[in-house]
Design a binder for this molecule. Structure first.
Ligand SMILES: Nc1nc2c(ncn2[C@@H]2O[C@H](COP(=O)(O)OP(=O)(O)OP(=O)(O)O)[C@@H](O)[C@H]2O)c(=O)[nH]1
Ligand SMILES: [Mg+2]
Length: 296
């Protein structure tokens, strides 16, 4: 009998939620960076087995900003967590876990559905700290399992998979086997460009940027033409994003193009412009243009 399960991946910014999702799915479906608040949308990733599938919803890190964009992100987390059969709560196990986070996780224990805690980044964690955290979680009532792992090295990933598979129940096959995400190439292109910008730009700029895909069209010979705009929130950010003689923008565009080509299997022509829209994170129209639209 076919089995499936919906699991939401929740946790603080930068804990490694998207990295875990990608490791579970076996492909990069959700962008990753060392900066907190990389993920802005709920991203679906599907892990397929012989007679089962697990549908994961990667969510934005739990955060408390007040902009409309932050509200969109918080709503995504809430909806994903309410609609799931189970929760995978990801903790950065290489750092001390504060009492607020323990309390938060205890709150999740009381909700219906299984709760698995992934203590991530064991490759960077001190053994003593890890043991202490494990002991603490073992005292939690209502916790299904605690799994220390490293999403980066893959260490103990199989143990996590085994725990997740225990949550499967007889159910329909919601997605066909070749699908690893429900997002289209236009969304993925937007995210990949944003990932490269997050990776290459210096500290004051990345959180203020958005990416709008203006054109994504496929020629008969399989070549994709993509035109995108990086939206900056300050005029002073524009020259920095463009770089000396256009060098920074070129670096972002080249890295993004290579990743989009790998993902789509198409040859890609990518053009990127930079535009300034002040306060776009609070502007309903711009947010809609960029796909941060709650009604989606
Ligand atoms: N050393 C180490 N680094 C990791 C591991 N997993 C993730 N990272 C790194 O941690 C950073 C954050 O990873 P993400 O997967 O983007 O974290 P996230 O929880 O999705 O973050 P948000 O989307 O911002 O909430 C990146 O630099 C990852 O490479 C791990 O197991 N070990
Ligand atoms: Mg993420």
């Amino acid at each position: 009998m076919y089995k499936s399960c919906f699991i939401s991946i929740i946790g603080k910014p930068n804990a490694g939620k998207s990295t875990i999702l990608n490791a579970l799915v076996g492909e990069k479906v959700s962008i990753v960076s060392w900066r907190p608040q990389t993920t802005r949308d709920v991203v679906t990733g599907i892990m397929h087995g012989e007679d089962y599938q697990i549908i994961f919803h990667d969510t934005p890190g739990l955060q408390y900003g007040k902009s409309r964009l932050n509200q969109y992100m918080s709503t995504g987390v809430k909806t994903a967590s309410e609609g799931a059969d189970a929760t995978l709560y990801v903790v950065d196990g290489s750092k001390p876990i504060d009492e607020d986070e323990y309390r938060l996780i205890q709150g999740y224990c009381k909700k219906s559905g299984a709760l698995i805690v992934a203590l991530n980044k064991t490759d960077e964690a001190d053994k003593g700290r890890l043991a202490k955290n494990m002991l603490r979680f073992n005292e939690f009532e209502g916790l299904t399992a605690v799994v220390p792992l490293s999403a980066k090295t893959g260490d103990n990933l199989e143990v996590l998979k085994a725990e997740l598979k225990k949550l499967l129940k007889p159910d329909a096959q919601y997605y066909s086997e070749e699908l690893i995400t429900d997002r289209d190439l236009k969304f993925m292109a937007r995210e990949i460009i944003r990932e490269k910008a997050l990776q290459y730009l210096n500290d004051e700029i990345p959180h203020g940027i958005g990416v709008d895909i203006l054109v994504y069209s496929l020629r008969a010979n399989g070549i994709a033409d993509i035109e995108a705009e990086i939206i900056a929130e300050k005029q002073s950010h524009k020259p920095i994003i463009i770089g000396k003689g256009g060098a920074m923008l070129k670096k972002i565009a080249t890295a993004a193009r290579l990743d989009i080509e790998k993902l789509s299997g198409e040859k890609v022509f990518l053009k990127i412009w930079v535009k300034v829209r002040e306060d776009w994170q609070d502007n309903a129209d711009t947010l809609k243009d960029l796909g941060y639209d709650a009604k989606k």
